[in-house]
Unconditional design. Structure first.
Length: 327
């Protein structure tokens, strides 16, 4: 007679081995695809200025570490306990899951954190809710920054109307969906569809948590937008400082659109097309094409560098359980 739980244990051990292997295999495949699809011939003769490029890399890494901070704040706001003292491991989990954006499917980044952090004891219900909030708040915040900076520019009329109105509609829909009463209803519906137990009141984020995270993501959008401007400056020194707000806004809009394009791994192609269209307002179109290629390659390098830094900080020690038992 089979003792209940005996067959489940080997299955769980098998999944704990198979899931990371599949994750890294898919990640490797789509990172290779992202690199080989770059038009390297367009970069012939390109000379980069290293000072603004290094500064851009520092700012971009700062944005990623800010993302870790926002994630931990949301988990704390949702009632997750026992996180203190495990920040190094959680940062590594975040960086590993962040790379999951290169795997097709908008949920990969969220599911990565749910799986990897859940294995260490962080409640999965809180991980799932915080992940959904992160994605939605980041899209809304980047749309706010992007639309404010682009539409405030006198050259905004040169941006194709359908793009402006699509982004405005997406922003309005996102704000409505994130108001606590609406978000709570959507959360209940999601749990019902997944046939999970109805979420407790502690999983319903309040206005304070929403506004705090949204404000931090606005700051993050400005930081990452500034890093994009510095990369543009490194490749095209003739760009004027007065163009910085428009470029920062363009980078924010392109990032938001790439997150909404769930079919494209890491927003590959979608971000470049949008950004190239917007950058052509402030520079010759041929130069804009080269710059979006540089930005894509640089972004991949920064993502991998972020992962390596967190991996080195984590070291070889075996992580201790985090928080309470996973739910």
């Amino acid at each position: 007679m089979t003792v209940p739980g005996q067959s489940a244990a080997p299955r769980r051990r098998w999944l704990h081995i198979a899931v990371p292997v599949v994750f890294y295999a898919l990640l490797g495949v789509f990172l290779v695809i992202a690199i080989v699809t770059i038009d390297w011939s367009s970069l012939d003769g390109l000379e980069l200025s290293w000072t603004p490029l290094i500064a851009a890399t520092v700012l971009s890494l700062l944005f990623r570490y800010l993302g870790v901070f926002i994630w931990l704040r949301l988990l704390h706001r949702l009632g997750a306990t026992g996180l203190r003292g495990h920040y190094t491991e959680l940062t590594y989990i975040y960086a590993k899951s962040w790379l999951g954006r290169y795997i097709p499917g908008a949920a990969t980044w969220i599911l990565g954190k749910v799986y990897f952090a859940g294995r260490h004891g962080v409640p999965r219900s809180r991980l799932a809710v915080s992940g959904i909030l992160e994605g939605a708040l980041q899209i809304v915040a980047t749309l706010v920054v992007g639309l404010a900076l682009v539409l405030a520019d006198p050259r905004a009329d040169e941006v194709v109307p359908w793009l402006r109105w699509t982004m405005i509609a997406a922003l309005v829909a996102g704000i409505i969906a994130l108001t606590p009463p609406v978000f709570h209803r959507l959360l209940r519906l999601a749990f019902r569809v997944l046939r999970r137990q109805a979420p407790g009141d502690e999983l319903f984020p309040k206005w304070g948590a929403m506004l705090e995270a949204a404000g931090l993501y606005v700051a993050g959008a400005l930081i990452t937008g500034a890093s994009y401007y510095l990369v543009v400056l490194s490749a095209y020194p003739d760009v004027a400082i007065s163009d910085a707000p428009f470029i920062i806004g363009s980078a924010s809009l392109a990032s938001a659109i790439s997150m909404l394009a769930v079919f494209a791994p890491g927003g590959l192609g979608v971000r470049e097309a949008t950004l190239g269209l917007l950058l052509a307002v402030v520079m010759p179109p041929a130069i804009a094409v080269v710059i979006v290629i540089v930005l894509r390659l640089w972004s991949i390098v920064v993502d991998v560098l972020f992962y390596l830094l967190t991996w080195l900080a984590r070291g070889r020690r075996r992580p201790a359980p985090i928080g309470t038992e996973a739910q």
